[in-house]
Design a protein around this ligand. Structure first.
Ligand code: RNT
Ligand code: ZN
Length: 425
């Protein structure tokens, strides 16, 4: 692919700047704003949710990575190198989202309820050196004690308590991340617990889930370093009929316990809009965590692209002035394409959606709406779509010293040749 010259990018930007100015939008301010937004990039796209606990890989939990693209990261240092490569192609300063199974225990098996901040020292040092934030997730799957499909709702109190201790251990690790890096770590709880077929008892697993979560969250933590989030779901593979941690369950939980609510865009009925939920939920919760994903027919966790749903989410965040209360993270794991490209495509798509939202004349749109001029509103909404956003995005990439959209592939292919292709299966 050919690359536009810097001069061309600058020229196009100057014209775009004037065009946006005619709508009262200061593109310089917009770019400063965009630069202040950090997105949490999920570690698990780098190795198909494998982790470094054992060679077992992802099992159970009702989630699935499909594809066999060669070159996935097999060790923490490979995953860090791959993430470094991705971050070199993404404008801005961002965050990295770890799961408990990405610990480094020097080959010694450490039980999930015994993990400590020390097992994540390598990640903390790596993040600190680069000025990245870290987020965290307990791992309630890929484990013999989760094989039944139950963790925090398990009827056996011994098993349930094991997972409670895991959750508690993870919060301590998340807090250590926050203190080490001086910015809050969001520790997000998602459990797969549910049933394949019609349950006779929907009530008691949910009662146990409340109890387990209350036990996990019983230690208060400084919000300057640590925030808790809970993530619901509609169904998973093998939990088609019932999921204990449903949306209603966690909405109630987050409101009463003052945690963040995590909305994953793959976790609702396909015609439901996560974007529409934001302004409702934020009336009642402290804040939100977003798992921006792309479901196709089901919670398939495809790579995030610049589509209607992602744009609608970004629009809500900007139009509602919610950016200060919403943590944005990505959640997908596609093993069928180059994994670094997957990260870069998803992160850049989210940033472009935010940029487009920041470049939208919301005041004018609201004015039309307030005067019930819906014709004017629709005309302007359509006009905004083809304003020269790409010129502003190209300029942003240039200023951040990252390649343009049609140029980063060659960097990735070079890395694939030099590094990934040497890894073997
Ligand atoms: C699963 C949830 C959860 C996971 C990650 C790996 O349906 O979306 O967030 O994708 O924890
Ligand atoms: Zn998710």
């Amino acid at each position: 692919m050919s690359q536009a010259s810097n001069v061309l990018v600058e020229k196009a930007y100057q014209l775009a700047k004037e065009r946006y100015a005619s709508w009262g939008i200061d593109t310089e301010k917009v770019l400063t704003r965009l630069q202040s937004i950090s997105i949490s990039m999920q570690c698990w796209q780098g190795d198909d949710v494998g982790g470094f606990e054992s060679s077992g890989g992802l099992s159970g939990g009702g989630i699935l990575a499909t594809g066999a693209y060669p070159g996935k990261a097999r060790t923490p240092s490979e995953l860090r190198a791959d993430a470094d490569m991705a971050f070199r192609l993404i404008p801005g300063k961002h965050r990295f989202n770890l799961h408990a199974i990405y610990l480094e225990s020097g080959g010694v098996r450490v039980e999930r309820d015994e993990i400590e901040p020390n097992h994540f020292r390598g990640w903390m040092d790596w993040a600190a050196e680069r000025g990245l934030g870290l987020d965290f997730n307990p791992t309630f799957f890929s484990h013999p004690l989760a094989a039944s499909g139950f963790t925090l709702t398990h009827p056996d109190d011994g098993v349930r308590r094991f997972w409670v201790r895991h959750g508690q251990a993870c919060r301590r690790i998340g807090e250590a991340f926050g203190r080490h890096l001086g910015k809050p770590c969001v520790t997000n709880i998602w459990i797969p617990d549910g049933m394949k077929d019609l349950p006779a008892d929907r009530k008691r697993p949910r009662e146990r889930l409340v109890r387990s979560l209350d036990e996990i969250l019983s230690v208060p933590m400084d919000p300057a370093y640590h925030r808790d989030a809970v993530e619901g779901k509609l169904f998973g593979i093998g939990s088609e009929a019932y999921v204990a941690g449903s949306h209603e369950f966690y909405l109630g939980y987050a409101i009463t316990r003052k945690t963040l609510l995590c909305l994953d865009s793959g976790h609702f009925h396909p015609t439901e809009s996560v974007a529409d939920k934001i302004s409702s939920v934020l009336l009642f919760t402290e804040g939100l965590l977003l798992h921006v994903s792309r479901g196709i027919r089901w919670d398939s966790d495809h790579v995030v692209i610049l589509g209607d749903e992602v744009q609608a989410i970004a629009n809500e965040l900007v139009a509602g002035d919610y950016l200060g209360r919403v943590f944005i993270g990505l959640d997908f794991f596609d093993a069928s394409i180059n994994r670094i490209a997957a990260w870069v495509i998803g992160m850049r798509a989210m940033l472009k959606a935010l940029l487009a939202a920041l470049l939208t004349p919301w005041d004018h749109l609201r004015e039309f709406e307030d005067s019930m001029n819906y014709t004017g509103r629709l005309v302007l909404m359509e006009a905004v779509k083809t304003l020269p956003m790409s010129a502003v995005w190209d300029y942003y990439c240039l200023k951040h010293d990252v390649p343009l959209d049609d140029a980063f592939l060659s960097d990735i292919l070079r890395y694939e040749n030099e590094v990934l292709s040497k890894r073997g299966h």
